[in-house]
Design a protein around this ligand. Sequence first.
Ligand code: ADE
Ligand code: ZN
Length: 326
Amino acid sequence: MANDVAATTTPLAELHMHVEGSLEPELIFELAQRNRVTLPYRDLDDLRSRYEFTDLQSFLDLYFANMSVLRTAADFADLTRAYFARAAAGGVRHAEIFFNPQAHTARGVPLGEVLDGLGDAVAASEAEFSLSSGLIVGILRDRPVPEADAMLTDLLASGAPVIGIGLDSAEVGNPPSLFADVFARARAAGLHAVAHAGEEGPPDYIRQALDLLGVERIDHGIRCLEDEDLVDRLVRDRVPLTVCPLSNVRLRVVDRLADHPIRAMLARGLAVTVNSDDPAYFGGYVDDNLAQLRDAVGLTDAERETLARNSIEASFASAARKAELL
Ligand code: ADE
Ligand code: ZN
């Protein structure tokens, strides 16, 4: 159920959400039946009992395994519409959603099925959910660079309505520098650029993402706090950080939500936004993140308002759409 969002507050943009991570257990079972996929779980409870993670990799293992039920354009469209419905109920009016083509093509699902389904839902999101939306293609950084390069070539040739390129999956040992050429080509083709950095990886990966990939936002970025010079730079240049508090707790980046540094980050002047990352796996959507932060760290209404304004300003929405939302 969505949390109450006061009618007078600035609406939210969600800028860091992996659509495959919004695949709820019920939909996993429904799609398995639709596509005659045999799941290795007895029932919903058995599946849910596996949502206990020790680090990013332990989550990624389940995240990729559960994608086996996504096969057709209709599956991707249903998944995306379910996210839009839930996000809109929680006060989101603009969403930029990640998807991982390599995770689907590697298991034999044609890129066209993925793009048709996502494109269909995105094209209808304003009419159906009063929510503007865009797609950001996520490169899997733990797979070979030439594979990412080939995926970008196919994506650009498809003419799909993708607004940006991102970098995700297992961070440590897979630095941004590996993907400098792929990002340069994507930016030359007019795509916005973002990257996951400083989630489990060191502050230097945040510097690499800025300097070598030319990113406009950092996804997570929480480990910037270990490097005072880097924080100064992020504040000075107003680089948005798409922080995901419930994800940080579930993936053990932060011990408890009560320890989350979000208020300190705001006080330091960082352009922080709050996002859900993989809401079906981490215990909540963006409004749940905000509601739990209020209870756990005493997030104030004024801070919530700043987070909402930051999210609209950091989005890749048109100037006209931003003006409408602010
Ligand atoms: N893919 C989906 N969620 C992710 C996360 N939190 N970090 C890196 N890659 C991801
Ligand atoms: Zn993420």
